[in-house]
Design a protein around this ligand. Structure first.
Ligand code: PMP
Length: 388
């Protein structure tokens, strides 16, 4: 029997064989012509995949937190005011990062875990400004809540704040149109819906953000994250020239370029629709077996992951059983409800068969745990959505 388990956590996710093959190529010099060409192409493709023409991409070795750090370090000067729209753990992390660079941070919290701050509350906070910058977590991976980015970004723009979107759990999976929606910075990491193993911090900065960076009066308080160090490197590779500041992760960038090519081949609209469809199927299965979810409504629920509550009498031991049945899922992350729910990622290269396998594994584990339900109801519900 095969002993391979599906990786269905909210990142890292399953990757395509072509992306993984790029990880195994013999590593070349970061100034070799075959690397320069690929890095240059990947930078160009990022603008297309992020639907963010006219933006400046930064691709740096690191995780998503480094991308958040880069946004804060380069756009905040001590004393600047920043507004964080929080929908969970990662909004609160952004507040901590901004504070580290000397920002005076106001956090707008949601009325309840699983909800998002209403636009009226954000507008009221913005009226107390001016704020230099506002952050929105597109999908907070701790709650599976999706924020209403177009409305919130519109409000931020109206009040003169730079709008920074943490797209770590959304870019490449959720609809996002930065220029049309008034977003100035979109950041992400490689290991989620972009479909590349962990290790890349990726950030695209629009013209207003680059202008704010250029107008800084004080030096960036982080040497590694300073755009002044990275901008010439990104510009050089895009012009198909070599340049050095810190050694780029050669194989990861090859893999990124392969994945970006695959994403463009699928088409962004088709990719967003696939994520919605598979998410609908998975969520229908959870409904059918009686598991409620952390987001307070379907409208608030992301399409890149699902956060079901354990049913009465079941706890995190369920995760081990789901693993035995062939799917690895993640435990809770939000401190207020950590032990009461689990998280299933369904983004990137995810296929209908992955959804069915995972639902089947959850049903098997629930049945083994003594939870009484109509075994097979989840698979039937998912199957109906997938077929329809
Ligand atoms: N923001 C969000 C929304 C995330 O989901 C994550 C990672 N789960 C991060 C930021 C931080 O990314 P990383 O773990 O790659 O540092």
């Amino acid at each position: 029997m095969k002993n391979r388990k599906l990786l269905m956590i909210p990142g890292p996710v399953e990757f395509t064989p072509e992306v993984l093959a790029a990880m195994g190529l013999p590593t070349t010099s970061h100034v070799a012509p075959n690397f320069i060409e690929v890095f240059g192409q990947a930078l160009e493709r990022l603008r297309e995949v992020f639907l963010f023409p006219g933006s400046q991409p930064f691709v740096v070795a690191g995780s998503g937190t480094l991308a958040m750090d880069m946004a804060a370090a380069n756009l905040i000067e001590p004393g600047d005011r920043a507004l964080v729209v929080s929908t969970g753990y990662f909004g609160d992390r952004f507040a901590a990062i901004l504070e580290r660079y000397g920002a005076q941070v106001t956090v707008v919290q949601p009325p309840a875990v699983g909800d998002a701050p209403p636009p009226e509350a954000v507008a009221a906070a913005l009226r107390q400004g001016p704020y230099k910058l506002m952050t929105v977590t597109h999908v907070d991976t701790s709650t599976a809540v999706i924020a209403d980015v177009p409305t919130l970004a519109g409000l931020g723009q109206e009040h003169g704040a730079l709008v920074v979107v943490d797209g770590v759990c959304s870019v490449g999976g959720e609809e996002l149109h930065p220029p049309e929606w008034g977003v100035d910075v979109v950041l992400t990491a490689s290991q989620k819906a972009l479909g590349v193993p962990p290790g890349l911090a990726i950030l695209l900065a629009g013209p207003r953000a680059m202008e704010a960076f250029r107008r800084r009066k004080t030096p960036v308080q982080n040497y590694y994250a300073d755009w002044a160090n990275w901008l010439p490197i990104m510009e050089a590779y895009e012009a198909r020239k070599a340049a050095y500041f810190g050694t780029p992760p050669v194989n990861l960038i090859w893999a990124l370029n392969v994945s970006l090519g695959q994403i463009l081949e699928e088409g962004l609209e088709a990719r967003f629709a696939r994520h919605r469809h598979l998410s609908d199927a998975f969520k229908a299965a959870m409904d059918a077996i009686g598991l409620s979810q952390v987001p307070v409504s379907r409208y608030r629920a992301a399409h890149t992951l699902t956060a079901p509550y354990y049913p009465e009498g079941i706890d995190a031991r369920l995760l081990g059983l789901i693993g035995q049945a062939g799917a690895i899922v993640a435990g809770g992350l939000h401190p207020a409800i950590r032990d009461r729910y689990f998280r299933v990622g369904h983004m990137g290269a995810v296929a209908p068969s992955d959804i069915l396998t995972t639902v089947g594994a959850i049903e098997w584990a629930l049945a083994r745990s003594g939870y009484r339900f109509d075994v097979g109801a989840g698979l039937a519900a998912a199957g109906r959505v997938l077929a329809g």
